[in-house]
Design a protein around this ligand. Structure first.
Ligand SMILES: Cc1cc2nc3c(=O)[nH]c(=O)nc-3n(C[C@H](O)[C@H](O)[C@H](O)COP(=O)(O)OP(=O)(O)OC[C@H]3O[C@@H](n4cnc5c(N)ncnc54)[C@H](O)[C@@H]3O)c2cc1C
Length: 384
């Protein structure tokens, strides 16, 4: 098995295959240090953690992650809490930075004898429509190498090479630009909250996400086509203070050194099917989703689990049922997550069209005021 990409998807797949005794090689463009320090996601679903735990891959996570079962919506300076854990079987999120997940997965894979080639360049896929595909790449010292394999897993993210190796017309691509943009900020600041905050403000959405005891992530809705250069640190903090403010409260936002600022492309993209010939796409290589519902890494882990189960079944018995249904099984969850993400995007952003804006407000009022709507939110947010 050749796996392209050592992100959460590729490394989880590698570990599960290794545990099943299926030989695999992981090819990664970055260095080990790069992937182990690349901050992105931080909110993990209950079932994703359970899956990692069943495979002995969540020991540190279970010791160190904070568990969260409530979030807060702030509207016009007023806070509304949604206790989603109590609405969905006591299930909670685990807050654990993505780079720590990656660190744990690399360690487990390498310590178990796994083969990861870091710093590879110019990965190319060959004969993916045949049962004997291969991968070639250039090593850090310039040598061209080749791996013959039975299957290739494309886990190299949205901008990787694997999806682009599929001939035009063989897969359908669904793309949606949400018409909004977020400035994503990571700061060395302890969280100013115990719950994720989604704040709706006339000047746009602001979010306070949790990462660790010393680092927090924040989001600011910014005009489409805005650039990071327009956002000095002072302007970022001023805007966060304003949009996150609470009326009649002594709550305050703790500032810290900003260590990352980037504009997020708020786009959704799904390919169907998620496989072609001997190539199976997983994670961001097959689908991206806005960070609004914190689903991207969780979907990547689910794909890895489904693919590992299918490959293990095939390896042991020759039964390819799991491989044939791989795409369908994954896409069911992907589209459900996309629908939920879209539902949330609509609710927490004020549309420039006044009618749509009022609909979004009505959705939020329904969520805050109705058990049924809060139940829908809880099930989709922490689960399913
Ligand atoms: C700011 C932000 C916040 C987020 N918050 C959340 C959250 O709270 N919860 C959540 O679930 N998700 C979240 N996400 C999404 C999540 O980070 C992604 O969905 C996740 O990283 C997908 O994992 P992956 O393994 O599919 O891809 P990636 O993590 O992108 O890994 C792909 C790997 O492939 C390597 N690669 C790329 N091209 C090549 C090549 N040609 N050859 C070899 N290797 C290659 C890359 O270097 C990388 O290491 C967030 C994303 C961002 C940007």
């Amino acid at each position: 098995m050749g796996i392209v990409g050592a992100g959460p998807a590729g490394l989880t797949l590698g570990n599960l295959l290794q545990q099943a005794g299926i030989p695999c090689v992981v090819l990664e463009r970055g260095s080990r240090e790069y992937i182990e320090t690349r901050p992105r996601a931080g909110v993990m679903e209950h079932r994703a953690v359970q899956m990692l735990s069943r495979h002995g891959l969540a020991d540190r996570l279970l010791q160190e992650a904070d568990r969260h079962g409530a979030c807060e919506f702030r509207v016009d300076g007023q806070a509304y809490e949604v206790d989603y854990s109590s609405l969905y079987d006591g299930q909670t999120h685990y807050v654990y930075p993505q780079q720590e997940v990656v660190k744990d997965l690399v360690a487990a894979f390498v310590n178990g004898g796994g083969d990861v080639r870091f710093d590879v360049q110019d990965v190319a896929l060959h004969d993916i429509e045949s049962p004997a595909p291969s991968l070639t790449w250039t090593t850090a010292d310039g040598t061209r190498e080749k791996l013959d394999c039975a299957f290739i897993a494309g886990a190299d993210g949205f901008h990787g090479v694997t999806r682009r190796s599929i001939p035009p017309g063989a897969i359908q691509e669904f793309s949606h630009q949400h018409g909004i943009e977020w400035l994503s900020i990571l700061a060395e600041a302890p969280p100013s909250t115990h719950k994720v905050i989604y704040a709706l403000h006339p000047d746009g959405f602001a979010g306070h996400m949790l990462r660790s005891a010393t680092v927090s992530r924040y989001y600011l809705q910014v005009p489409v086509d805005d650039t990071v250069d327009n956002w000095s640190d002072e302007r970022v903090w001023a805007e966060l203070h304003k949009r996150l403010a609470l009326r009649d409260s002594d709550w305050s936002l703790t500032e810290g050194r900003i260590i990352e600022k980037r504009i997020l492309d708020m786009r959704s993209h799904v390919v169907e099917p998620m496989n072609h010939g001997s190539l199976y796409l997983l994670g961001d290589a097959a689908h991206i989703i806005t960070p609004v519902g914190a689903k991207g890494m969780n979907l990547a882990l689910h794909d890895a689990e489904v693919l590992a189960t299918a490959l293990t079944g095939y390896h042991r018995t020759g039964d390819d049922t799991g491989l044939r249904s791989y795409s369908e099984v994954c896409l069911r969850r992907v589209w459900r997550a996309q629908e939920f993400s879209q539902w949330m995007v609509f609710m927490i952003h004020r549309s420039p069209e006044p009618f749509l804006s009022r609909l979004g407000q009505a959705r939020l009022e329904h969520l805050i005021g109705s058990g049924a709507s809060a139940g829908y939110f809880a099930q989709n947010y922490v689960g399913p």
